[in-house]
Design a protein around this ligand. Structure first.
Ligand code: SAH
Length: 360
């Protein structure tokens, strides 16, 4: 992308209308382009044959259809998981993962390049913070996943074939979405726009490390998207060792904010809990988690716990809980009345699983 070029996915529809006005083009042409981007999901200026050739040329001179540069594309799980490593103009990495299932298809999107949160068990944290992504850079990852899904469907012989459009968008790739709240939220609103891509609000899930101001902001947001919170420990000592953010927003404050969120929205949150061997996977810790989420003398928190067996990150002295320890933890938590499931893994063979995104 030259410095004069813009990313077309950074424009809202009114923004496209203004841009077309500067080219002497009427508003309906901007609407046509919006339809190309979000309804037809055209990936190439030349395929927009309802525009004259000179107009297509003019658009291509001034704007890019996405500015992330593809670096490496990998397939795992027999083609059902696909990961793309992109680079920003200065070479900083961004990763996107598509997961295809018989009845749904989920894209896991990055909101930042690298991450400032420094969780000790996460590969992305090792990169440090590199960039906030713009709305366009977030959106174009989703459009890539749509094209991958379309390719998969064109080749698939199995029936039933997967859905013709992505069913879920999860902000669980690189970065902390609430650390880039405004740009991230703009991407959600754009992707939700019924006049464009039209993804239902309930089909988005944002995962946060536990930034309290972001949780409270989302509680008042106009779209009912889903919230996941990375909890990973039920006591401050363990959580602070795993996640430096806990020193700023300790567990009590985090749970209070979550309660405000569930009371305001009446929506259930999910807590993610990465299981590290002999660190946070003892049954006593499950019981403590149970007390935290279903305290005596107070209404239970409207929640669900997602247990994630830790995916190995090279260069860390941590261990992965084996199956028996995972099941033992799950049983102890269920005994407290807390609904909980173990996350099914995808993409481990191509370093595309949770916490493995590190630009390689
Ligand atoms: N910053 C956000 C979203 C990114 S990570 C957050 O912290 O929630 C998505 C999930 O994967 C988080 O719950 C994160 O804690 C978890 N995770 C990170 N590293 C992991 C690893 N190595 N194995 C399993 N899960 C991991």
């Amino acid at each position: 992308m030259t410095s004069k070029q813009v990313n077309v996915y950074d424009f809202s529809l009114p923004g496209l209308v203004d841009w077309f006005a500067t080219l002497g083009e009427p508003a309906y042409r901007a609407k046509q382009l919006y339809r190309h981007l979000y309804v037809l999901r055209t990936g190439d200026w030349d395929a927009m044959t309802d525009f004259s050739k000179p107009l297509r040329q003019q658009l291509a001179d001034q704007a890019q259809l996405g500015c992330l540069k593809p670096v490496k594309r990998l397939e795992g799980d027999h083609g059902l998981t696909r990961k793309m490593l992109w680079s920003l103009p200065d070479g900083a990495p961004v990763e996107t993962v598509l997961m295809i299932y018989p009845d749904r298809a989920t894209v896991c999107v990055s909101s930042q390049s690298g991450c400032p949160m420094q969780c000790v068990f996460c590969a992305t944290g090792k990169l440090g913070f590199l960039h906030d992504l713009t709305p366009g850079e977030i959106i174009e990852q989703v459009m890539w996943a749509e094209r991958e899904l379309a390719d998969f469907r064109a080749q698939a012989t199995a029936s039933p074939s997967p859905p013709s459009k992505l069913t879920n968008i999860v902000f669980m790739g690189m970065g902390e979405p609430f650390n880039n709240y405004d740009q991230w939220w703009t991407s959600v609103e754009r992707l939700h726009d019924p006049a464009g891509y039209d993804m239902g609000a309930r089909n988005f899930t944002v995962s946060t490390v536990g930034l309290v101001p972001g949780i409270l902001r989302l509680a008042d947001a106009p779209l009912p998207i889903n919230l996941a919170i990375s909890l990973h420990a039920a006591d401050d000592e363990t959580r602070s060792e795993m996640m430096p953010v806990n020193k700023r927003y300790p567990i009590e404050e985090l749970i209070a904010a979550t309660r405000t969120y569930t009371e305001k929205t009446r929506r259930r949150v999910s807590f993610e809990y990465v299981l590290l061997k002999e660190k946070n996977d003892f049954p006593e810790q499950a019981a403590r988690l149970g007390q935290l989420l279903r305290p005596e003398g107070a209404p239970p928190l409207l929640c669900h716990v997602n247990l994630i067996p830790w995916n190995p990150v090279p260069g860390t002295p941590l261990g992965r809980s084996d199956r028996n320890r995972v099941l033992r933890f799950q049983a102890a938590l269920r005994a407290c009345g807390v609904p909980c499931t173990v996350r099914v893994e995808r993409g481990v063979d191509i370093a595309a699983a949770c916490g493995q995104l590190a630009g390689a």
